[in-house]
Design a protein around this ligand. Structure first.
Ligand SMILES: CC(=O)SCCNC(=O)CCNC(=O)[C@H](O)C(C)(C)COP(=O)(O)OP(=O)(O)OC[C@H]1O[C@@H](n2cnc3c(N)ncnc32)[C@H](O)[C@@H]1OP(=O)(O)O
Ligand SMILES: O=CC(=O)O
Ligand SMILES: [Mg+2]
Length: 542
């Protein structure tokens, strides 16, 4: 269906205008958001940036081949002067100067209302790690944000519980998809538009002016960058959107997640590429661990132990977070902490206290090291994190804490991690990967499993570890058994059976557990490391 020509008079378009085709129908509530002018913007951006996105994705593959041949990510000598020179990022808007606690969550209606009302300083509305990118989720998310920005968002559940916004909601930041994911339901000149361009452009087109009129602004979190040229691409896209919306250059503010191993060597370059609009960097630890496994997929000395042992205290992660703080504060940008996986546990006081204690320790470390704020997964964790940041911070942030004592070498950023691989760790990875992907294929991108928050990034670690352990001699259980395909196949079948017993036959048959297990088999048995689990996952959606 060519939505643009059906719904909007196409005679307003130039003869050589890009052809924009929606290959799925729009829900009634979304139609006002997809005006002809908005579709024209998608068309212009889709046509202009498709080649650059493709080229940058191709460069990712080439870099991976070099890592596979033995190279290790490093600081680039050709940008040394940029790292050495003194410069700072543009001033940070008033409503982004206090980011002690940020809550994150998918873009469903209840989540958005609860998060904005939660008492956190910021809400990161997530089209990425915590959202399954079904067309329905992506488009409903845009409708929900449109209503949230105008403060008209409300919801009455079937049980009568009513939700609406209170006074002083959290500041809104939106996270679009990463460069690897397309939005296959929107074709420009016959090619899918990049998912991130779609998410950002639809949100900004519909909300930038309204946000500015309220004294806030259009703010984004940018995920999964692997090179400063990808930051430069965002800079071009956002500059074009500002021109189209006739708003001042630099109005769209961004915070960038440093959540890939190559990016930690380019933090200055990324800050510089987005100098007029960047307000900070964030330690996206889960994707970072995944990226470490992916980059070193062929390096036998870099095999990681059980996921539970890879905490922020291990040398390579500690070095990354401290270097991020030092780099950001030198440039006048915020250094945001990340997400502890623990969430509140209902009905078991002792287990709940133990989970909260883990979160407390994580936030004490972050605040003590100089982070300006942190992420929480659940409203119940806001007071826990807020108390710690309130106690550590003299003002609204720690920009004045320069951390010039931090000296981090390239070797420290890639240091191998000691520890053990256990049967529980391997079985846990298989179990979590299946359960999570079953939920993801069902449209829910963030779930509690064994009292931990699981999302696309944590599931990537689970399946990547299984792949890595099968293929390296160091992938050996602590009792001496070798981890090979027959062992993994057997345990995966047993874990799938265990899931069936846990959820019951009816839920199992109605759910996507078998499809998820097949997907996990596909990626673990393939000798080529599939760069993102969500790519074959996306092929199975809609
Ligand atoms: C690696 C990364 O990218 S981290 C960023 C991505 N991850 C996230 O954003 C995590 C988001 N968090 C969540 O989705 C959820 O908290 C989960 C899945 C982890 C746990 O969900 P549940 O077990 O269903 O939570 P629980 O039942 O305790 O929820 C209690 C209430 O808190 C609300 N709530 C829970 N988490 C959030 C949140 N992040 N934002 C807003 N409200 C929330 C629920 O909607 C529920 O509201 P209600 O009482 O009005 O019905
Ligand atoms: O996006 C955050 C992460 O930890 O990954
Ligand atoms: Mg991430």
């Amino acid at each position: 269906m060519n939505q643009s020509s059906q719904q909007h008079p196409s005679d307003s378009l130039r003869a050589d205008a890009p052809e924009v085709e929606l290959v799925a129908s729009l829900p009634e509530a979304a139609r006002p958001l997809f005006s002809q002018a908005m579709l024209n913007l998608l068309g212009e951006l889709g046509r202009r940036y498709r080649p650059r996105v493709d080229a940058l994705l191709e460069q990712r593959e080439q870099r991976q081949q070099r890592f596979n041949a033995g190279e290790s990510p490093d600081f680039d000598p050709s940008t040394a002067s940029l790292r050495e020179d003194d410069w700072t990022v543009a001033p940070i808007p008033a409503d982004l100067r206090d980011r002690r606690v940020e809550i994150t969550g998918p873009v469903d209606r209840k989540m958005i209302i609860n998060a904005l009302n939660s008492g956190a300083r910021v809400f990161m509305a997530d089209f990425e790690d915590s959202s399954t990118p079904t067309w329905g989720n992506m488009v409903d998310g845009q409708v929900n944000l449109f209503d949230a920005v105008r403060r008209t968002i409300s919801l009455t559940q079937a049980d009568g519980k009513h939700y609406e916004l209170k006074q002083d909601p959290a500041v809104l930041i939106v996270r679009p998809r990463g460069w690897h994911l397309d939005e296959k339901h929107v074709l420009v000149d016959g090619r899918p538009i990049a998912g991130g361009i779609f998410d950002a452009a639809v949100y900004l087109f519909n909300n930038a002016q309204a946000l500015l009129q309220q004294g806030s602004g259009p703010y984004l979190y940018l995920p999964k960058l692997e090179h400063w040229r990808e930051a430069e691409l965002w800079e071009s896209v956002l500059t074009d959107i500002e021109k189209a919306l006739q708003i001042e250059p630099g109005t769209i503010k961004v915070t960038v997640l440093i959540e890939t191993l190559p990016a930690v060597f380019q933090m200055d370059e990324i800050l510089h590429a987005l100098k007029s609009r960047i307000v900070g960097l964030n330690c996206g630890r889960w994707d970072y661990i995944f990226s470490y496994i992916k980059c070193f997929q062929k390096h036998s000395d870099k095999v990681l132990p059980d996921r539970a042992q890879v905490t922020m205290k291990v040398p390579f992660l500690s070095a990354y977070s401290q270097l991020l703080i030092k780099t950001c504060h030198r440039r006048g940008a915020f250094a945001m902490g990340g997400m502890a996986a623990q969430i509140p546990i209902k009905g078991d006081e002792a287990a709940n206290e133990a989970a909260l204690q883990k979160v407390r320790e994580d936030k004490e470390r972050e605040a003590g090291n100089g982070h300006d704020g942190t992420w929480v997964a659940h409203p119940g964790l806001i007071p826990v994190a807020m108390e710690i940041f309130d106690r550590h911070l003299d003002g609204p942030n720690q920009l004045a804490v320069k951390r010039e004592d931090v000296q981090v070498s390239a070797d420290e950023l890639v240091a191998p991690c000691t520890g053990s691989i256990t049967e529980a760790g391997l079985r846990g990875n298989l179990n979590v990967a299946i359960r999570y992907m079953a939920s993801w294929l069902d449209g829910q991108g963030c779930v509690p499993i064994n009292h931990l928050m699981e999302d696309a990034a944590t599931a990537e670690i689970a399946r990547a570890q299984v792949w890595q352990w099968i293929r390296h001699p160091a992938g050996r259980l602590d009792d001496g058994r070798d981890i090979d395909l027959p062992l993994v196949r057997g345990w995966q079948a047993e874990e799938l059976e265990r899931i069936r017993e846990d959820v019951g036959d009816q839920v199992f048959s109605a759910g996507q557990f078998q499809a998820a297990a097949d997907l996990i088999t596909e990626v673990t048995e393939n000798d080529e490391f599939i760069p993102f689990l969500t790519l074959p996952g996306y092929d199975r959606l809609d």
